[in-house]
Structure formats: structure tokens, C-alpha cells
Design a protein around this ligand. Structure first.
Ligand SMILES: [Zn+2]
Ligand SMILES: [Zn+2]
Length: 136
């Protein structure tokens, strides 16, 4: 029992500490991950944030118009049983953080020794399939 915890990590408890600005997940294997909300916002996996980060990389001097993204979470909701959706104070709510990615991105010394540059890819697809093309 519990052998599949490493394959599909499940949270046992999720706590948003608004004053500390952190999100803490206690996993079913008793591992505890604490993420800074500011970091979670930075690595928001939604399409528009991905696009914004890509654009920023291509043009580091790009002028940003508008208020900076909020790092305050007003609400959090489960998506099925595999992910967490965070609703930010500025209304941004399209980021869906899969538990697998969160666990893989755990910033504790055992896992990553600090915050990774980005959220782990949601589900590494098997790379052996070469789009069904057959050499003839
Ligand atoms: Zn986003
Ligand atoms: Zn960890």
C-alpha cells in the first residue's frame, strides 16, 4: 500500500497562509512542500502566462504595461483529483497546477534544493512515439 504515492502524488492537506504568502501541501506520504505564492504566480502554467514569459525572454526590455501580477491568492479549488487551481487577487484564475508538477517542483532541500526555474511539465508524454511516421 502507498507504493503508488511516488507515481501519482496526492495531497492530504492544502493550506494557503495568506499572511506568510505561502502554500503548504502535506502529501499522503507525509512529505511537506511549502511554496511561495509569489513563485507560484511567477511559474503560472496557464497559456497566457506561458506566452508572456516567452515574450519576455525574447525581448527582455519589453515594457510591461499595467499592474504587476498579484501574488495574493483569494481562493483555491481542486480540479478533479489531480490538480489545484489558484485564484489570484487580480482575478487571474486560469493557472492549473497539477499535483504531479507541484510535487516535482517541491523547493525543499530533499527534492530540488530551492525553487526551480519553472513548474515541472504537467505530464511528460512518452517520447518514443514518433508521430506514427514509418520509414519505408
Ligand atoms: Zn497564468
Ligand atoms: Zn520536497
Amino acid at each position: 500500500m502507498g507504493v503508488d504515492a511516488a507515481i501519482s502524488p496526492r495531497p492530504r492537506a492544502i493550506t494557503v497562509e495568506r499572511t506568510a504568502g505561502t502554500l503548504t501541501i502535506v502529501w499522503t506520504d507525509d512529505h511537506v512542500s511549502t511554496y511561495r505564492l509569489a513563485w507560484l504566480r511567477q511559474v503560472c502554467p496557464c497559456a497566457s502566462c506561458n506566452e508572456a514569459r516567452r515574450a519576455a525572454q525574447e525581448d527582455p526590455l519589453q515594457l510591461r504595461v499595467g499592474p504587476p501580477p498579484s501574488d495574493r491568492v483569494v481562493d483555491a479549488a481542486l480540479v478533479g483529483n489531480y490538480a489545484l487551481r489558484l485564484i489570484w487577487a487580480d482575478g487571474h484564475d486560469t493557472g492549473i497546477y497539477s499535483f504531479a508538477a507541484l510535487r516535482a517542483s517541491c523547493p525543499c532541500p530533499q527534492c530540488n534544493d530551492g525553487e526551480p526555474a519553472g513548474l515541472a511539465p504537467p505530464s511528460p508524454s512518452p517520447s518514443t512515439d514518433a508521430s506514427g511516421k514509418e520509414p519505408s
